[in-house]
Write a protein that binds this ligand. Structure first.
Ligand code: ARG
Ligand code: ZN
Length: 867
């Protein structure tokens, strides 16, 4: 059942034009699809004489076929095989082009997979990427078949004031029986995964944007009734994204209208359908009363991401799904650059590096390990991964580092010059970068085919008397690939003397390129501390025998704020690891004094200070161990925080006293003040004193914004169970009707440390705002528990693993895509100590034994049990 990258064959038939007539009905939507097809030139040259291979095989899933017409005449000589509609080659042999008309029906209200056409919250909505169009009608559901679409939708006039599809509105008129007809035409050829339809009753916000060539684009944002006032930040973000892409890449929007619709039921963040983005409402709706600073940041970033896809994804798309990183890695890189320019480089970079270290490295080390361009796939939805997206973006970033911003721009220009309107491969992209810059990127391309996280070991040759830094790289075998080669790695290096003075290394752009297993750099100094992998210049794990003194030196003297933060994290990790191995140890007071001194240096830079006051999560600490005892690790982390609070209390109180509450605005200065305050209050909460609890309660009650309210909730979760429960009740009564805000409430409950967490979760699952069919709710409750509640999920009796498994068995038949996302913490069992592994494996076997397990879960669970 697995598909392989190397089995790619160009399509035997092309579909140049698609005309869809869709008569919406909750249980019986009728689709009439008229396809102008052509025998592909490829089919004739390469497959000549192999008639059986040239049947026209149209993908289909969960469809009811009504009729087929070929060139206007009723046609019955077809076959249905595994849901697919097969038109025998013999019937098409004399034809170079032909028209196929297919009529079928689907059942939107009972479609819980949220893929294809579905009806939820009284709105119709589609999601076609990757292979969902086949759940709407029979089609060549592959991204290298590009067509021009005309879409006619018939809907009840009163219930569906807004009926939308891609491109331009060309007709709207009333029909009999209270129905209306709406017709859209998209002049740009596109693959079917970019098709979209939305019908519902929304509030609409309108705006416009004038492009660099002076064209006026109409912008429309559709949100649930009554929520228009929460759409302004998203619209403003869209205009910033449009301007930024013109300024940085010279890319202009192409259609006359750009629409964004926010829906509550959605499997992922958002989708870049041509001219009609569909968004998860949590990445659109925001005001200071309901959204946090992080929500404001994420909305801008995802609005940007989907907008940037219009060029990197839509105008130039993927030849096949193995090339997904062509559009996703590149577009994530573009949205990161956008966020860095709009908000802050440091905060953007740090949050990205956390994603890599907490999630991508874990994926590389687990059973689902794959290169950013996978070789084998059972269920494509399982490959929308942190590897394809985030490691993919790191690979693009290395190109940007190696070629510089100007060289990268030249490569992008050539890419669009060559490939606009085409479906292409990752190699095509790298070739454009290479040719535009007259460099050879053959070795660099290995990043696309090799999986796993390289480890770079660095040793200074001081002991042997020479002054050198020796670099060695090695990538361990992964579940999918045994043999690894040396990669092309750009490593940013800075060297500091003990005095803090910077030593000149004569490196181009401060970057050393490690392109073989071993190499070294000469350092003109006897005694120095290297600052390695600044800006996370390559997605690797770095190994250097730093002392605590070294970390403190870097935190004080590095020229890079990123490296100061990175050193602080490594310092905390090593101290926590000390407590992990020896629970009763009191860390020496001299460490705290020096740490405080280093942190004081950052007091004039709240952006850096808030990052340095954030302690690594259990998830990222886990990566530093071979077989970790999760409960012990969580306890060691808490013990560290208690000691840090005791020893830095005066300093923390000083900062607390220096931050005044201001009336809320989403500005960089205010965000950094709120973040520092949040870090400080959370640390101080480890004192668990009544004074601290009173302080939190007072601040909760006077908070004028969601960010501060959540800060107080999180701190009270640490400080006092009673206070936490009390504030959560008051929060619930205030926000009960707001679905997006209630997600935060579910997530907080799910991450509580409590002996009866499972009965609490069961109770929450019967809350009237909870709904098993809504992915946001499931992610908030079950996802937060499995990913972030270490003590509950890894409970010593295995009850957490069993709870997740019971839940997955219930969810899988409804929404396999979400079930497969949530199984991740379970399949990564090899990171944990033996006793945990056994209990996790037992639950995975329960899953595998389930009859009719989805392809999605099957792929992940079976791999986890065999690798
Ligand atoms: N292309 C969308 C985006 O990155 C995400 C689509 C996810 N699809 C999926 N089957 N998980 O913006
Ligand atoms: Zn994307």
């Amino acid at each position: 059942i697995a598909k392989k990258r190397l089995d790619y064959q160009a399509p035997n038939y092309l579909i140049n034009e698609v005309d869809l007539v869709i008569e919406l009905d909750p249980t019986d939507t009728i689709i009439t699809s008229t396809l102008k097809c052509e025998t592909s030139p490829h089919a004739i040259s390469s497959n000549a004489g192999v008639a059986s291979e040239q049947d026209l095989i149209l993908d289909g899933e969960d469809l009811k076929l009504i009729s087929v017409f070929l060139n206007g005449s009723a046609f019955t000589n077809y076959r249905i095989e595994e849901g697919k509609l097969v038109i025998p080659q013999a019937e098409l042999a004399q034809l170079t082009d032909f028209t196929l008309q297919i009529k079928n029906s689907v059942d939107p209200i009972n479609n819980g997979s949220l893929e294809g056409l579905y009806l939820s919250n009284e709105a119709y909505c589609t999601q076609c990427e990757a292979e969902g169009f086949r759940k709407i009608t029979y089609f060549l559901d592959r991204p290298d078949v590009l067509s021009v679409y005309t879409v006619t939708i018939i809907a009840e006039k009163a219930a569906f004031p807004h009926v939308l599809s891609n491109g331009n509105l060309v007709e709207e008129r009333d029909l009999a029986d209270g129905k209306k007809l709406v017709k859209w035409h998209d002049p740009f050829k596109k693959p079917c995964y970019l098709f979209a339809l939305v019908a519902g009753n929304f509030d609409k916000l309108s705006d416009s944007f004038t492009t660099m060539s002076g064209r006026q684009i109409q912008l429309e944002l559709f949100v649930d009734k009554g929520k228009a006032s929460q759409g302004h930040h998203a619209l403003a973000s869209l205009k910033k994204a449009m301007k930024w892409d013109e300024d940085v890449f010279g890319l202009e929007y192409d259609l006359d209208i750009y629409m964004v619709v926010a829906v509550d039921f959605f499997n992922m963040g958002a989708m870049e359908n041509k001219g009609l983005n569909v968004f998860n409402s949590k990445f659109v709706l925001a005001d200071s009363n309901t959204a946090t600073d992080d929500d404001f940041f994420n909305i801008e970033s995802i609005i940007g991401h989907e907008y940037f896809h219009n060029w990197t994804g839509n105008r130039v798309t993927c030849r096949d799904w193995f090339q997904l990183s062509l559009k996703e890695g590149l577009t994530v890189f573009r949205d990161q650059q956008f966020s860095a320019d709009m908000f802050s480089y440091l905060a953007t970079r740090i949050s990205q590096v956390k994603v890599m270290r907490e999630h991508q490295f874990a994926e590389d080390a687990g059973p689902m390990s794959h290169p950013i361009r996978p070789d084998e796939v059972i269920e494509m939805n399982n490959f929308y991964t942190v590897t394809v997206y985030d490691k993919g973006a790191e690979v693009i970033r290395m190109l940007h580092t190696l070629l510089t911003a100007d060289g990268f721009r030249r490569g992008m220009d050539l890419y669009f010059e060559r490939h606009d309107g085409q479906a292409v491969t990752c190699d095509d992209f790298v070739n454009a970068m290479q040719d535009a810059n007259e460099v050879n990127l053959d070795h660099f391309k290995l990043w696309y085919s090799q999986s796993g996280t390289p480890r770079v070991k660095v040793e200074s040759g001081l002991e042997s008397g020479s002054k050198e830094l020796n670099f060695t790289q090695r990538t361990n075998p992964t579940a999918d690939q045994a043999d690894k080669r040396a990669l092309y790695l750009p490593i940013k290096v800075e060297c500091l003397e003990r005095s803090g003075r910077k030593i000149d290394l004569n490196l181009n752009n401060d970057t050393f390129v490690l392109d073989k297993a071993n190499a070294s750099v000469t350092v003109p100094s006897e005694d120095f501390v290297p600052v390695l992998l600044s800006d996370f210049s390559a997605p690797v794990i770095l190994d250097y025998p730093y002392s605590l003194e070294d970390y403190l030196l870097i935190m004080t003297f590095s020229s890079s704020d990123y490296s100061k933060w990175d050193a602080s994290q490594a310092l905390y990790s090593s101290l926590i690891s000390e407590l992990y191995h020896n629970e009763s140890v009191e860390l020496s007071t001299s460490v705290w004094g020096k740490l405080e001194a280093a942190l004081r240096q950052a007091c004039n830079n709240y952006e850096l200070l808030n990052e340095m006051l954030t302690i690594p999560s259990v998830e990222s600490l886990t990566q530093g161990f071979e077989f970790s005892e999760p409960l012990k690790l969580s306890a060691a982390r808490s013990a560290f925080l208690v000691q840090m609070q005791e020893n830095l209390q005066d300093f923390l109180l000083e900062i607390m006293a220096n931050t005044a509450q201001k009336s809320y605005e989403y500005t960089k200065v205010q965000v950094n003040e709120r973040r520092v305050l949040s870090a400080v209050l959370q640390l101080l909460s480890y004192s668990k004193t009544p004074e601290m609890a009173a302080q939190l309660e007072k601040r909760f009650n006077s908070a004028d914004n969601m960010t501060d309210k959540l800060t107080m909730l999180k701190a009270s979760q640490i400080c006092s169970v009673e206070l936490f429960e009390k504030l959560m009740l008051s929060f619930e009564s205030e926000y009960l009707e707001n679905a997006v805000v209630m997600d935060k409430w579910f997530a907080l409950h799910a991450t509580t440390k409590s002996n009866d967490i499972l009965s609490k979760l069961t109770l929450l699952a019967s809350h009237r705002q909870f709904n098993l069919r809504n992915p946001n709710k499931v992610r908030s409750l079950v996802g937060s528990f499995a990913f972030y509640n270490t003590d509950g999920f890894h409970a010593i009796d295995g009850s957490g693993y069993q709870f997740l498994t019971d839940y997955l068995l219930e969810l899988d038949p409804i929404n396999p895509q979400i079930a497969a996302r949530l199984v991740t913490p379970l399949i990564q069992y090899k990171k944990f100590a033996k006793s945990h592994q056994e209990m996790m494996v037992m639950q995975l076997k329960r899953l595998l034994n389930r009859a009719n397990l989805s392809k999605d879960l099957y792929e992940k669970v079976s791999k986890s049990l065999t690798s």
